[in-house]
Design a protein around this ligand. Sequence first.
Ligand code: NAP
Length: 431
Amino acid sequence: MRVAVVGAGPSGIYAAEHLAADYKVEVDVYDCLPVPFGLVRYGVAPDHYSIRSVRDKLSETFENPLVRFRGNVTIGRDISVEELQKHYDAIVFTYGASLDRALGIPGEDHPMSIAATSFVRWYTGHPDANDFGEMLSHASDVAVIGLGNVAVDVTRILVKPVSELEQTDIPQHVLDALSRSSVRRVHVVGRRGPEHATFTTKELKELGEISGVDVIVDPKDLPDHFTQVTESKIVARNLDVMAQWAKREAHADKSIQFHFYSAPKSMDLDHGVLSVDAMTRDSDGRLVASGIVKEIPSKMVIRSIGYRGEGLPGVPFDEESNVIPSTDSAVVGLPNSYVAGWIKRGPSGIIGTNKKDAVSCINTLVTRSSESSATSKQEIDQLLADRNIDIVDFAGWKKIDAHEKDLGKSRGRERTTVHGREELLRIGLGR
Ligand code: NAP
């Protein structure tokens, strides 16, 4: 049996591992980028070493001769899903959720209002990222909208001393831009209260450990008795962390200020203002606008309100929930096709969640699929070669890996991420 996996992030690699190691199935893992690892490379923050190091474990999957990395191939452009179906016995879609979401408020389309997805791409060195270095040099106050872990990552990177990022694999141009940044105050803006935030405590706590940065929480935003508002241990721990911050006196040069119960209403970034509705509870306990509008100083706004999946030509797509519809991981309406990860469940969970999900997807696949009319790997390789597609394989990734380590060493760092697509291709293809 031969299977194509679309997306070389954790879900795709876990799916390939399970297929090859446990069922001895041949797997080709496609990705539109010339490098593997998806959000482990282009989502996890550079200073989260232990999570980023998951890629060492993920790499081992490609050492299995049954698994091939096919980087720099865009499914739906270079080759259609219909063609993939002819060449493989089954397809597994694991291409994640890479789009951002909009707030739908006036002023949002200002150039200084950006999506966290774009900002994360920039600081992790994604080849298609915009450059935000210039913007940061003009923004003393930045508002980050959203109370999730991505908002925490973005906030930390905005204020962390560059000396503490030097040892990471952050791209050199990003490190240089951060050293020129004017950001002094980050305003974390949430439409609900601290007990509704989706931060995990370890990530939240890190904000209070950044040297030279105060964290400001208004004690009035915290419930008096945590146990009365939550049975969740995570929420109780988060509230405890914030309660400690609420007691601290602010005196540092830089700050992170939380603005809870503040629903974004409009932004006028030419005049450095984000307007928010102060929220209150109605008689039924629902959060509603109080009629009071607050102004938060913001030269730049980063909206961190979640990721969104996108459809792929030839594959059913649920436009409402932005996922590929499935039953037990089998794509509804497309034979021999399966789905795992964020494009199946939506953007939630940690890397480990995707392992479980990929394993259950592959268990369904092997139960339901049988060898059909798959062609040989030579035929699909020839088809792509005829279309002049330059495939970066795992040996190509290893060249990029070695190059990044050498580049890092030359600057006294362990690794420096290469970000240009052309450069990645030049190194990966050995040109
Ligand atoms: P998230 O946890 O879903 O948080 C999204 C935030 O956006 C929520 O606070 C939500 O508030 C807010 N929001 C949504 N629509 C809004 C609107 N119209 N106006 C104002 N606020 C709005 O998503 P995420 O932070 O993007 O994270 C995605 C996943 O990646 C999560 O599972 C996260 O844990 C994971 N992740 C993990 C790490 C880590 O472990 N270190 C790092 C990064 C990401 P409401 O609750 O009010 O809707």
